[in-house]
Write a protein that binds this ligand. Structure first.
Ligand code: FAD
Length: 436
């Protein structure tokens, strides 16, 4: 059997490779790192999480919880490894990012029918079957080739937040607590009075930022909006948004603050912490100066600075079907298709790998049920669930992508739980009736 060629050993490429290789289909993964790096990755391992280390909530009445439940049902390698590498983060699945990508690399390298080729792919290979999963930071040469193939490409921008050394935090000013005291007190909180917040806000607004060509047209994904962009909406926006203090009163004094910055654990040992919501395009010297104005972070040691990068995605509705197939034996997967987020990228890699494996082993390919998250992501990239939007804009999965329930349910939580149950049942049914 001809091997499947997969460009990109990121989240989507790794999951697609596993779905094929575990069904005895030979795979070659082409990964340019560490020879050629992207602006966001830091090493050569597969499935590197470039920004947050969180795969978000595990509650099934959230989009991320439902996606994870479905991915587990489909035997997702990445979700299994994520659970093996988890670090405490309340109700979320956060991982030790180094351990996570090391384990993904080890697992794929140890599979008999997986070959790994390092180096940049500069053109779309003629070999089939092929999955292009080169991600939002696809190298320029390959991105140009993909753009010509698709008759034009689209861009938007994404941002990452700084990581600091825990030992440099002044713990006389900060405290551990999860919002409303729910779950383990995993988050580290830096509380601010109104004066401290105002001083921070002014410094943030005045700080020097990295200039972008065509900056005014920068189209930022809302969930990863740079802190200064959000702050520019109004003086109080941060205090009602990422720095909101509700449920974060001091655990000993019960004091309520004007604003609270939360820091999330980056690794199992808790030696490094991520400044939640502080993605930024401030210059690095300015990040140090401005974030050090936050109480407790006066001497913060920055292990990684925040930054903003270009994201590349194709106009999927003009080329892909609901299983991410562009042509016979040719798929795209991951964020390059316009699905947005770690889980969605894993999911699209899984769908493409599963569908290809099904066809290569003589099975009958069928769309995933529209009632489940995997099926609705397929409909999203083909633009079938949304008929009114003027242009194709990336999105993460949300319950609005699922068909409405037959009955009207007022209680939002109950409604989502019912939709999630329906989704999982539909997927189970699909699997029971699919021959591989
Ligand atoms: P990737 O994981 O990036 O994998 C693509 C792989 O292809 C990379 O390993 C790359 O080196 C390789 N590659 C690229 N070009 C070539 C080539 N020509 N030849 C060979 N190999 C090549 N999502 C979230 O849910 N949470 C976040 O916090 C978050 N932060 C992000 C921050 C930034 C800066 C960016 C850019 C994206 C972020 N995302 C985030 C979005 C998205 O979930 C991630 O980018 C995710 O890694 C996408 O998975 P992927 O498999 O599509 O691409």
């Amino acid at each position: 059997m001809n091997p499947v060629h997969i460009i990109g050993g990121g989240l989507a490429g790794s999951e697609a490779a596993y779905q094929l290789a575990k069904r005895n289909i030979p795979v070659i993964i082409y990964e340019m790192r560490p020879e050629v790096m992207t602006p966001a990755h830091s090493g050569g391992n597969f499935a590197e999480l470039v920004c947050s280390n969180s795969l978000k909530s595990e509650a099934q009445d959230t989009g991320s919880g439902l996606l994870k439940a479905e991915l587990e049902l489909m035997d997702s390698m990445l979700i299994r490894i994520a659970k093996e590498c988890r670090v405490p983060a309340g109700g979320s699945l956060a991982v030790d990012r180094d351990m996570f990508s090391a384990k993904v690399t080890e697992t794929l390298s140890a599979m008999e029918n997986v070959r790994i080729v390092r180096g940049e792919v500069r053109d779309i290979p003629a070999d089939r079957p092929l999955i292009i999963a080169s991600g939002p930071l696809t190298s320029d040469t390959l991105a140009d080739k993909i753009k010509s193939l698709m008759g034009g490409g689209l861009y938007f921008f994404d941002a990452i937040s700084p990581i600091i050394d825990f030992d440099s935090v002044d713990m006389t000013k900060c405290y551990f607590k999860s919002r409303y005291g729910k779950g383990d007190p995993d988050y580290l909180n830096c509380p601010m009075t109104k004066d401290e917040y105002d001083a921070f806000y002014d410094a943030l607004m005045e700080a020097e930022k990295v200039a972008f060509e065509d900056f005014e047209k920068m189209n930022v994904f809302e969930g990863c909006m740079p802190i200064e962009e959000m702050a520019a909406r109004g003086r109080k926006t941060l205090a009602f948004g990422p720095l909101k203090p509700v449920g974060l009163e001091h655990p000993e004094t019960d004091k309520r603050y004007y604003a609270v910055l939360q820091l999330r654990k980056e690794n199992g040992e808790g030696t490094s912490y991520n400044l939640v919501g502080c993605q930024t395009k401030m210059k690095t010297g300015e990040q140090k100066r401005v974030f050090r104005m936050i109480p407790g972070l006066e001497n913060a040691e920055f292990l990684r600075y925040g930054s903003v990068h270009r994201n590349t995605y194709i106009n999927s509705p003009s080329g892909l079907d609901d299983r991410f197939r562009y042509a016979e034996g040719f798929y795209f997967a991951g964020q390059i298709t316009g699905v947005e987020g770690y889980l969605e990228s894993i999911a699209s890699g899984l769908i493409a790998g599963y569908d290809l494996a099904l066809r290569l082993s003589g099975g009958e390919s069928r769309p995933f049920p529209k009632e489940c998250a995997l099926g609705s992501l397929g409909l999203f990239v083909t633009d079938k669930y949304e008929t009114t939007r003027k242009k194709y804009v990336p999105s993460s999965f949300h319950f609005g992508m699922l068909p409405a329930l037959d009955e009207r349910i007022k209680d939002k939580k109950l409604k989502k739980n019912m939709m999630a149950e329906k989704a999982v049942n539909a997927l189970k049914d699909f699997l029971d009736n699919t021959e591989m």
